[in-house]
Structure formats: structure tokens, C-alpha cells
Design a binder for this molecule. Structure first.
Ligand code: HEC
Length: 129
């Protein structure tokens, strides 16, 4: 019994070392965001020569709910097509393979990406860049 508990403890410790963000979020970020915001979030992707330039996400001071709102874009002024940043909530809805669950899936995608953006920010702070 004790041995089993110890094994469980090791297992849980192993889980805790997993990255603090969903890998799904990293994949989505690299696919949908890095072209403008750069792989590290610093706003230096290959398509960054825009006006206005993409935000340096490692410097953006937004909470997770704020980030999600900005990225989703459907409930902000951006939804009216005034900004250079795509309305990701809509894009993700259109790319989900699960008909009938588009809204929920898009929300989950937005959250995964937002969590990854926070991880990029933490990494930049750790590296002092
Ligand atoms: C076509 C280029 C482009 C792509 C692709 C893009 N962005 Fe942006 N993003 C911008 C630009 C330009 C701005 C600054 C102007 C604005 O807010 O519209 C911006 C602003 C932002 C902000 C706002 C920061 C603030 O302080 O308000 C966040 C957060 C953000 N982007 C996250 C993302 C995420 C996450 C993705 C991928 C899902 C993404 N962006 C993809 C161009 C892009």
C-alpha cells in the first residue's frame, strides 16, 4: 500500500513537470499568431511590417480573461473590422471539426492560445528580455 502511494506520488510529481500551458495552445499560436507576433511573442514575425505593428505580447499587461477577450475579438470594437488583428473567435469557429459545438470549441481554443501567450510572457521575463 505504502509502495503504491509512493508510486502515485512519483506519478503526480511527473505530471507537475508538464508545461503549465496546453500544448494545443502552443501549436495554435505557432500556426495562427507567430507570423505577426513572432515565435517568442515579441511582435517580430515575418508579417510584422504592418501598420499598426503587432503588439509585443511579452509586454502586454493583460489578465487571462482580458487576453481571451482581445484574442476572441467578437465582443470588442475590433469585431467591427477596424483593426489589423483578425477576429480569432470567428476564425476558430470556422475551423472546428465538430459541428454544433463551434462556439464552445472556439472558446476553448482561445483560452489555450491565451494561456500560451501568458507562458511566453513568463518565459521572456525569466530570460530578462
Ligand atoms: C495579421 C497579423 C496578426 C496575426 C496573425 C495576429 N495578430 Fe495579434 N495583433 C496584430 C496587430 C497589428 C495588433 C495591434 C493592433 C490591434 O490591436 O489591432 C495585435 C494585437 C494583439 C493583442 C492585443 C494586445 C493589447 O495590448 O491589446 C493580442 C493579445 C494579440 N494580438 C494576440 C494574438 C494572438 C493570440 C494571435 C493568434 C491567435 C494573433 N494575435 C495573431 C496582428 C496580428
Amino acid at each position: 500500500m505504502v509502495r503504491r502511494l509512493a508510486a502515485l506520488g512519483l506519478f503526480l510529481a511527473g505530471c507537475a513537470r508538464e508545461p503549465a500551458y496546453p500544448l494545443h495552445g502552443e501549436a495554435m499560436y505557432n500556426r495562427y499568431c507567430a507570423s505577426c507576433h513572432g515565435l517568442t511573442g515579441k511582435g517580430d514575425g515575418p508579417a510584422a511590417a504592418l501598420s499598426p505593428p503587432p503588439t509585443d505580447l511579452t509586454k502586454a499587461d493583460l489578465s487571462l480573461p482580458e487576453l481571451m477577450k482581445v484574442i476572441d475579438g467578437r465582443r470588442t470594437v475590433r469585431a467591427h473590422g477596424t483593426a489589423a488583428m483578425p477576429v480569432w473567435g470567428e476564425v476558430f469557429e470556422q475551423t472546428t471539426p465538430d459541428p454544433g459545438r463551434e462556439h464552445r470549441q472556439a472558446l476553448r481554443d482561445v483560452q489555450a492560445v491565451a494561456e500560451y501567450v501568458q507562458a511566453l510572457k513568463a518565459r521572456a521575463r525569466q530570460e530578462g528580455t
